[in-house]
Design a protein around this ligand. Structure first.
Ligand SMILES: [Zn+2]
Length: 100
């Protein structure tokens, strides 16, 4: 049984979500990489992100753990319901933006 590593974000004290970061810090890092403000390698070098473990990525999200047990049909249903949720979220945001 592998020992659990410290479950705190590298940048703050919140619970780790992925790559050693909590959800908000991970999103911030992801956005910074996407916007070419930093590279993934820079963050890893500076200890602000854990290197990706590739295929053996730890699944810390309980939803993702559940997905591993699902059949293809279940996943199709799930994807469709997620897409519907995303679509309604997008509409919601659009409406909100229009009100500004
Ligand atoms: Zn954090």
């Amino acid at each position: 049984m592998p020992k659990k590593k410290k479950a705190h974000c590298l940048r703050c004290k919140r619970k780790v979500y992925a790559r050693g970061l909590c959800n908000p810090c991970y999103q911030a890092a992801y956005n910074a990489i996407r916007d070419n403000k930093v590279t993934e390698a820079d963050l890893i070098e500076n200890g602000l992100l854990l290197p990706s473990k590739g295929q053996g990525r730890k699944v810390s999200n309980p939803t993702m753990k559940g997905i591993e047990q699902l059949s293809e049909k279940d996943i199709d249903d799930l994807v469709n319901s997620l897409l519907a949720t995303m679509e309604s979220l997008r509409n919601h945001v659009k409406e909100r933006e229009n009100r500004k």
